[in-house]
Design a protein around this ligand. Structure first.
Ligand code: 3UK
Length: 538
């Protein structure tokens, strides 16, 4: 690596971690042996058009659909605007900001084509968070949905590197839409090296400064060749749909890269609720759903199996899938959810399972291409059943942009995800908690998610979050924040009943000594429970 980069602006390459701080990478599987030069948009889009499949539908949306050929043409026009009107040179960082819609998808591909480095941002981010990201990644260009203009404009004065901004779904004469109309449909993709940076994925991060992980063109393709290839086996007839934003790598894979890699299509719908998600699955006849555990729980009571015949494959990630939710959704839909743990640092899912190889309570096994283990405090592998820190390596891995925390995530070549796990004799991995979320009460280690899982099997519970709160006598005690189903009274009797239920379901010492009833739980835009907010509420 080094000499053959296509990057003219080498800021990202210059700010990769030192090589000795990288995780070990594995490319043993034949399907993961990639050529030295690779532009991921070329692989996802142009190669398919060249193979004569340009007339297939690529994107579906409420206001129409477009073929692979049309998507390639639009990405080419945007790439020309980037290069010819906005002065982009390969290696420049481009901020992308929009809900999941066809222009957002085309912009991602356009930046890849032009050799730029994509930095997706969650639609709900505020000016302050945008400013931190722009300055950290020295972002020079931005493409933004007109409806999300406000916070970006507020951020601009504190973003000296950000020179060129264009808006789409906008009537102005210098809008991205207008500029595109004057461009030819062809563009010569920048001949990037497979290990040229293609995106910087920022973690939502509950606390502290945002961390950006650098992923290469090769990584975008590698994520397609592991999880979906093994667990979903997509065909060109598949229609993907789901909720994670494209700025979250869970969404970038599930709702853009995966469908394109397999010649399938994706239905992009903005701002989905449980009800509109079901309607959209029906309307687009979607076959493959990507969303978070809480959504599956909310979908279950609304599901009318006979009216949703198309859906066949469901993927859950972002946080642990409680077995109660898996069973509830299966009873309603007949579908066995595919759970999978992924991370921004690993780009996508590395432990998961094929639907028929599900094991109750487990996230799954290390997918082909990855190896995973559980390490004890000294860094030695744990015995089966013993709880330790999850460690993984494979074709993708963590490379933070100029960040000391590289040493925390990567140790001795392993990516350490920050999750406490146990592995059984057969290599199935059982999630316990985030390492720093383990509750230590009167000398016992208690995993909040296990208590949540027990509470969720009670019919009165809609949602819940379990954390440790300080206690003079026990150090910490287990406290449950519970959202009740409509009509259930929030009183002492219900609290007692839930405590007894937990004692009957799991080891009695794990029961929540404190129970508080709340209207809703604090969650991130990616569907994760914000436990630190619950801890602050005490
Ligand atoms: C947690 C899970 C238990 C776990 C992500 C799929 O979530 C993603 O990335 P993030 O960087 O968070 C990573 C952390 O989230 N987690 C994710 N999935 C599961 N815990 N079971 C799961 N199935 O703590 C992990 O370390 O936001 C997920 C694909 C791409 C992603 N970026």
């Amino acid at each position: 690596m080094g000499a053959n980069t296509a990057h003219v602006d080498t800021f990202v390459r210059d700010n990769l971690p030192p090589k000795d701080a990288w995780p070990e990478f594995l490319f043993d599987l034949p399907v993961l042996r990639y050529p030295e030069r690779m532009n991921c948009a070329q692989v996802l889009l142009d190669d398919r058009v060249r193979a004569g499949e340009g007339a297939r539908i690529a994107l579906r949306a409420p206001d129409g659909e477009c073929t692979y050929l049309q998507l390639a043409a639009q990405a080419n026009r945007i790439a020309r605007v980037l290069v010819e009107d906005m002065g982009l040179v390969p290696g420049n960082r481009v901020l992308l900001r929009g809900p999941n819609n066809p222009m957002m998808a085309a912009c991602w591909l356009a930046v890849f084509k032009a050799g730029g480095v994509c930095v997706g941002t969650m639609p709900l981010l505020r000016a302050r968070e945008l400013t931190e990201i722009v300055n950290k990644a020295q972002i020079t260009h931005a493409l933004c949905d007109k409806r999300l203009e406000e916070e970006l404009k507020l951020a601009m004065p504190a973003c000296p590197t950000l020179r060129e901004v264009r808006y789409w779904y906008d009537d102005a004469p210098d809008s991205l839409d207008a500029l595109c109309r004057g461009k030819p449909e062809h563009f010569e993709n920048v001949d990037t090296a497979a290990d040229d940076p293609a995106l910087i994925a920022f973690t939502s991060g509950t606390t502290g400064k945002p961390k950006g992980t650098i992923h290469f063109h090769r990584d975008v393709i590698a994520m397609c060749d592991v999880f979906p290839r093994h667990c979903l086996e997509p065909t060109p007839e598949d229609i993907f749909i789901g909720t994670p934003p494209l700025a979250f790598t869970f969404g970038l894979g599930g709702l853009l890269a995966f469908p394109l890699r397999f010649g399938a299509s994706v239905a992009l719908v903005e701002k989905l609720t449980p009800q509109t998600l079901i309607e959209s699955i029906q309307r687009f006849r979607a076959t493959t759903l990507f969303t978070a555990p809480t959504m599956y729980r909310q979908l279950a009571p609304l599901w009318r199996r006979a009216e949703i015949p198309s859906l066949a494959k469901c993927v859950s990630a972002g946080e642990a899938l409680p077995d109660a939710t898996r069973q509830l959704f299966k009873e309603a839909s007949g579908i066995e959810i595919v759970d999978g743990i992924g991370s921004t640092e690993m780009i996508h899912i590395f432990i998961s399972h094929r639907p028929e190889r599900v094991r109750r309570g487990a996230t799954g096994y290390a997918l082909p291409g990855y190896v995973a283990t559980v390490l004890d405090a000294e860094g030695r592998p744990c015995k089966p059943g013993e709880i330790g820190r999850l460690a993984v390596k494979g074709p993708t891995g963590c490379r933070y942009l100029a960040d000391e925390r590289q040493k925390t995530y990567v140790q001795n070549g392993w990516n350490i995800t920050g999750d406490a796990y146990a592995m059984d004799e057969d290599g199935y991995f059982f999630y316990q908690a985030r390492t720093d979320d383990m509750i230590i009460s009167a000398g016992y280690n208690i995993a909040g998610p296990e208590v949540e899982g027990a509470l969720l099997t009670h019919p009165a519970v809609a949602e819940c979050g379990v954390v440790g709160v300080p206690d003079e006598e026990r150090g910490m005690v287990v406290k449950a924040f519970v959202v009740l189903k409509p009509g259930v009274p929030a009183g002492e009797a219900t609290a007692k009943e839930l405590q007894e239920h937990v004692k009957r379901t799991i080891a009695p010492y794990k029961y929540p000594r404190k129970v508080e009833f709340v209207e809703a739980l604090p969650r991130t835009e990616t569907g994760k429970l914000q436990r630190y907010k619950l801890r602050m509420q005490g």
